[in-house]
Design a protein around this ligand. Structure first.
Ligand code: SF4
Length: 334
């Protein structure tokens, strides 16, 4: 990899087909970062194992996610795109980093307590070590930049502290302390108009949905609840349909809807139809591109394996230094 402004690492759990909240919250940013950084993007399937009841859909969900990433413009020629479990050194570094991480620090983390609340019947060892595996992901590829929203800053801070503990304990500079790059992640509400868009809440609109499915989802969207009849004036400021118009509809039309809604000059059905049409037009090229990848799952796996092979080279460079610093034997003679 040639270094541009630095090396970015970001990972996401294989949640299957991505929705428009994922697109505006992460994927679009991943695509842009490729212009200025050497980017390493990872589908973190090992992390997913901590909370999955069944792994039946894991491979398919990995593929579906990769298809959305690729169709959106994440480019395996410019970036390294791969699956976490394909680079085995990450589990080795995770084990080594776990030795410099106090257990109490892990069980005190608000994210751990939250996971315990969400999965009271499955509080497994992997869940406790989740942040250590996350630190291993970042440190293994010597990423210096991690794109995050403001609420995820503690994760990068944790990784930084873990790297610092390791380097201090073994008197080395083998690992690099990452820095966060704060990014605007607009919060996209789901079709219920209340909660953040999420697959598990079934309030999402998938990028890969057909035009008809998208329109049907948009027609279900909750609008200004005070607008009961067509003749009632509405308030676009509290309507999620209007928020989404700002992302998909030309500004002149948004301004017109803003006025017409307030004087009942446009009905919600028509307003939603316009949104659905614009959303479908916006995602049409992505959907077309996705179909090409969907028709070649083996080609997609090959691409992910190729990414993993490139990531493994970087990983092994780091692990040679890590093993030497710790005092573990070298795998290669010389
Ligand atoms: S007209 Fe549009 S912006 Fe106004 S309440 Fe209905 S859906 Fe929302």
């Amino acid at each position: 990899m040639t270094s541009k402004k630095g090396r970015v690492f970001s990972g996401a759990r294989p949640t299957g087909r991505q929705h428009i909240g994922n697109y505006f919250g992460a994927i679009r940013n991943y695509v842009k970062l490729q212009d200025d950084y050497d980017c390493i993007y990872c589908i973190v399937d090992l992390h997913a194992l901590t909370t999955l009841d069944t792994t039946r859909d894991l491979r398919q969900n990995t593929l579906e996610m990769a298809w959305d990433w690729l169709a959106a413009g994440m480019d395996p020629k410019r970036s390294i795109i791969f699956v976490q479990s394909m680079v085995r050194q990450v589990t080795e570094l995770h084990t080594i980093l776990s030795m410099v991480t106090p257990l109490g620090k892990l069980t005190d983390l608000p994210t751990f307590k939250e996971k315990v609340r969400e999965n009271p019947k499955n509080i497994n060892y992997g869940l406790v070590g989740y942040p250590v595996l996350m630190s291993a992901d970042i440190a293994l590829y010597r990423a210096d930049v991690v794109p995050v929203g403001i609420d995820q800053a503690p994760h990068v801070e944790f990784a930084r502290e873990t790297v610092r503990s390791f380097n201090f304990r073994y008197n080395t500079n083998a690992l690099i302390e990452p820095k966060e790059k704060f990014t605007e992640f607009p919060k996209i509400l789901g079709i219920d108009g209340v909660n953040k868009m999420s697959k598990s809440l079934n309030n999402d609109i998938e990028l890969a949905a057909t035009a008809e499915e998208t329109t049907a989802r948009v027609m279900q969207m909750v609008t200004d609840p005070a607008r009961q009849r067509r003749s009632d004036p509405g308030n676009p400021d509290i309507c999620n349909v209007f928020s989404l118009h700002k992302m998909f509809t030309p500004p002149e039309k948004v301004a017109e809807i803003n006025i017409e809604c307030r004087r009942a000059g446009i009905g919600c059905v028509d307003c939603k139809r316009i949104l659905a049409a614009n959303m479908n037009a916006y995602f049409a090229p992505l959907r077309e591109k996705r179909r090409v990848f969907e028709n070649d799952p083996e080609g997609t796996w090959d691409m992910l394996r190729d990414g993993a092979a490139r990531a493994s080279l970087l990983a092994e460079e780091t692990m040679v230094d890590v093993r030497a610093a710790v005092g573990l034997p070298a795998l290669q003679k010389g």
